[in-house]
Ligand binder design. Structure first.
Ligand code: NAD
Ligand code: SER
Length: 323
């Protein structure tokens, strides 16, 4: 029986993707892989196979792929933008060393691969609004350098070896299930969490730092739609732009205040503002829309409402919010 492997499965995206894949295919057919077991297993994630492996260890990865008869890999293990700036050597090793291992093993075992890129491939000389699919790519962070290099590696393996590797340039992702890990767009989740707990928030980006963002259910739908698409329809084999909506911290504050009028936010921008400065404020995803019918379902208000209700539910379950 063939299985799907998800690396970085404990993370913000992996924890949700695994649940959706396990609902589709059954828990035993989806193998989670990360540096350590999840802290508090729940739901579908608790019932299926789990492997503790560092993606830089090619032999250990090969062993997992062989033992579980893996035919598809969602390779999510990575350091994100802010952590990558603190640990550039490790970011290079994990992000590109891990991807090279996955691509080589996928080639050897004829596997399909999904690998996420990011808006971090764009840089200061990239057009800032409606950033096109094909444009200047001059990443300003080590994270962005690894993402652009990874895109080129994926395209090379497709052209040279016919490997079926597919990729999306995710915008900043917002979700309530698992806390984000070391990114520049994490402020949005932190702010919503503070609002749900009736706490004020101090934002590490400027009030007008507008960035492309997406709600997690749309990101998971985009990922699965791309993987399900007819390969002959895909005109992009480095990485597709995908977009949902753009907002700045001050826009999220206003959206929250429509539900929580007393919510307050102050601003203390730190080094992450420099990272945000180099990224686009909006992205043109028309190629994804044309090639595999991509369309997001959530806008800023719908996401804010859904996030606040889930975060409040979580607080109630943990007993820290009154009914
Ligand atoms: P995350 O930081 O929440 O999770 C990453 C996971 O990878 C963690 O559980 C971590 O333990 C694991 N990991 C790190 N190094 C590892 C190693 N050497 N071996 C095995 N596992 C390792 O990240 P995420 O937000 O879930 O992102 C997943 C992917 O999506 C990454 O490639 C990221 O660059 C990309 N992405 C995320 C966003 C976003 O906003 N979350 C946006 C664009 C792209
Ligand atoms: N959301 C990610 C980050 O901020 C972008 O890839 O690092």
């Amino acid at each position: 029986m063939s299985r799907i492997l998800v690396t970085g499965a404990n993370g913000q995206i992996g924890s949700e993707l695994v649940d959706v894949l396990r609902s589709r295919h059954g828990a035993s057919r989806v193998v989670r892989l990360d540096l350590q077991p999840p802290p508090s297993p729940d739901g579908h994630s608790a019932s299926g196979p789990f492997e503790v492996v560092d993606v830089r260890d090619r032999d250990a990865l090969a062993d997992v792929i062989g033992r579980h008869e893996v035919d598809t890999i969602y390779h999510l293990a990575s350091l994100l933008s802010a952590t990558g700036e603190q640990h550039p050597d490790r970011a290079w090793d994990v992000n590109l060393g891990g991807l090279k291992n996955v691509l080589d093993l996928a080639r050897q075992h004829h596997l399909q691969v999904f690998w996420p890129s990011s808006i971090a491939v764009f840089g200061p000389s990239t057009p800032k609004t409606d950033t096109p699919q094909n444009t200047v790519l001059d990443p300003a962070t080590m994270y962005g350098v690894t993402k652009r290099s990874g895109e080129m590696l994926c395209q090379y393996y497709h052209r040279r070896y016919g490997l079926d590797v597919r990729s999306l340039r995710y915008p900043g992702l917002v979700s309530h299930k698992t806390a984000p890990g070391g990114g520049t767009t994490d402020y949005a989740v932190d702010m919503l969490k503070a609002a749900a707990e009736s706490e004020p928030y101090t934002c590490f980006l400027e009030p007008d730092a507008q960035l492309p963002m997406m709600y997690m259910p749309d990101a998971i739908r985009a990922t699965l739609a791309l993987m399900d698409a007819d390969g002959t329809a895909l005109s992009v084999r480095d990485s597709y732009n995908v977009a949902a909506f753009s907002f700045a911290p001050q826009d999220l504050v206003a959206a929250i205040q429509r539900h929580r009028p007393a919510f307050g936010c102050t601003y203390a921008p730190d080094e992450r503002q420099r990272i945000a400065d180099a990224w686009p404020s909006s992205v043109d995803d028309s190629t994804a829309r044309d090639d595999w019918n991509w369309a997001p379902e959530y806008n800023l208000d719908a996401m804010t409402e859904d996030m606040l209700s889930h975060l409040r539910e979580g607080e109630r379950e943990s007993g820290s919010v009154g009914a």
